[in-house]
Structure formats: structure tokens, C-alpha cells
Design a protein around this ligand. Structure first.
Ligand SMILES: [Zn+2]
Length: 266
């Protein structure tokens, strides 16, 4: 059975979710690996997972980077690392990514917090976004936190230096043992403090700090709507669970929201 055939969210559940989202003052979304998997990016763990195949990265990856940035950069530009990046470089945003971007254009969705590093929310056109674990296409200065596109940085001498401040550059992807960049955390805190509803899509929301932002909204009396094929650890906290893939459920949700808005205006 194909993943999309397992969708079970009913039309009335979709309409109920649409009503809740339209009634909310500041809806945001929290997204995770499930959305990447739907774009053909293998998960890290489990059968067929990248780490299952290549081995888990060291838990002290950040400390190793700091201890020998030149070696870390040499590994990064090696062929093995390119092989790991291959699924990311061919992945395209799916209908779920496009639906969230559409919700933003409609003025409904205010912010997206993603745990994904795949750049697909940006490619779908999402403008207000925090990539809590970084973006694999970007390079970040550890000193001034400025992000650069890869083509802006010359890799002739490793490790490369920040064109802005001369600081140490690293992949924007957050390594094990590396603190989440403070500017990203601040953005998440600012938007989740205003949020009264969170759409939790493609994530069991068990990885902190991302999970904390959703649960904090719930604790303040806000609502959580889960979009996931399977029950997860966060299901018990959710006001409504829409079973199905993001690529199927989120476009249905957008249609229902657009329809209700049209009906309200006519
Ligand atoms: Zn810098």
C-alpha cells in the first residue's frame, strides 16, 4: 500500500481543523522528518536510514569540529560526504510544503519552525521560517552568525574564513553537541510566545527544543493539531489528530480554509 492510500482523516475532521485555524489569532507550524521523507529524503534512523547505512555521526561532532576544523572541512568536501548529500540535492518540495507556503500567502499561517535541514520549505516559498537544526545549503560563521550560500565562499584554503569578520565558518547544519544558534532560538521563542495554535506536521515532536515550543503553546491554553500518518508521543496532547501524510492532508486543509473564507465573504 502506498503511503498516501493510508490517509484516514475524514472531511469533517479537516473542516474542524480549518475552523480552529481560522479562529486562531496566531497559528504557527512545527514540521519534522516526516515531511522530508515524503520528498524522498531517507530518514536518519531505521531501515534504509542514512545512519543505518553510513553509521551514526559522533555525538561530539561539534567538539571534533572545533578541535580540527581543517580536517572537518576536508571530510565535508570528500566524496563520502557528497554521497550523503545526494538525496538532499535532488529532493523537491512536496504538496505539503507548498500547502504551508500557501497558508502563509493567505495570511493565515504566521510562522514555521522546522527541524528539517533540507531547504524544502524555502524552495516552496515559505518566507517566515526558522530552521532550528540549520540548512544544509548554507554556511554559518560561528563568530558573527551570518549565513552564506556555498557559492559565496571559496574553499581553496581550508577551513574557510568568514568574509565579514574573519571568523571560523562551519556548515549551518547543527552538529551533535552544538548549541542551536541563538538567533534562531530567539525567533522561535518570539513567535511561539504569540501563537495560540500549532500545526504539528510530520514530527513526533519529541526532539527538544522544538517540542518545547509546541507544548508551551498548549500549556498556555492554545491548541495543537497533529498531521501524521501514525500516532506519536505528542498525540495525547493534541486537540485534533489528522491521520495521513502532510502531502495529502495539508492541501485538503488549505482547500477547506480557502472555501470557508470565500463562504464568509460572500
Ligand atoms: Zn563572521
Amino acid at each position: 500500500m502506498k503511503e498516501q492510500d493510508k490517509t484516514t482523516a475524514s472531511d469533517s475532521e479537516i473542516r474542524e481543523a480549518a475552523r480552529m485555524i481560522l479562529a486562531a489569532h496566531y497559528p504557527i507550524a512545527l514540521t519534522g522528518a516526516g515531511m522530508s521523507v515524503e520528498s524522498g529524503i531517507p530518514p536518519f534512523r531505521g531501515p534504509g536510514g542514512l545512519w543505518t547505512k553510513y553509521g551514526e555521526p559522533p555525538m561530539n561532532g561539534f567538539q571534533r569540529f572545533l578541535a580540527d576544523p581543517k580536517k572537518a572541512w576536508e571530510d565535508r568536501v570528500s566524496s563520502r560526504s557528497n554521497e550523503l548529500m545526494q538525496p538532499l540535492s535532488v529532493a523537491k518540495p512536496n504538496a505539503g510544503h507548498l500547502a504551508l507556503a500557501e497558508l502563509e500567502r493567505l495570511g493565515v499561517l504566521r510562522f514555521v519552525i522546522t527541524q528539517n535541514i533540507d531547504d524544502l520549505h524555502r524552495q516552496a516559498g515559505q518566507k517566515t521560517l526558522a530552521e532550528i537544526h540549520g540548512n544544509w545549503k548554507l554556511i554559518r560563521c560561528l563568530d558573527c552568525t551570518r549565513r552564506f550560500k556555498r557559492e559565496e565562499i571559496t574553499l581553496e584554503v581550508l577551513p574557510p574564513k568568514c568574509p565579514q569578520c574573519g571568523g571560523l565558518l562551519k556548515s549551518d547544519t547543527v552538529s551533535f553537541g552544538e548549541p542551536i544558534p541563538v538567533d534562531v532560538l530567539n525567533q522561535c521563542a518570539k513567535h511561539s510566545a504569540r501563537a495560540d495554535l500549532v500545526i504539528v506536521a510530520g514530527t513526533s515532536a519529541t526532539v527538544y527544543p522544538a517540542a518545547g515550543f509546541a507544548l508551551e503553546v498548549k500549556q498556555r491554553g492554545g491548541a495543537l493539531i497533529e498531521v501524521n500518518l501514525y500516532e506519536s508521543e505528542i498525540t495525547n496532547y493534541c486537540d485534533l489528530s489528522l491521520r495521513g501524510t502532510s502531502a495529502v492532508v495539508l492541501p485538503r486543509l488549505v482547500s477547506a480554509i480557502a472555501e470557508m473564507r470565500r463562504a464568509a465573504m460572500s
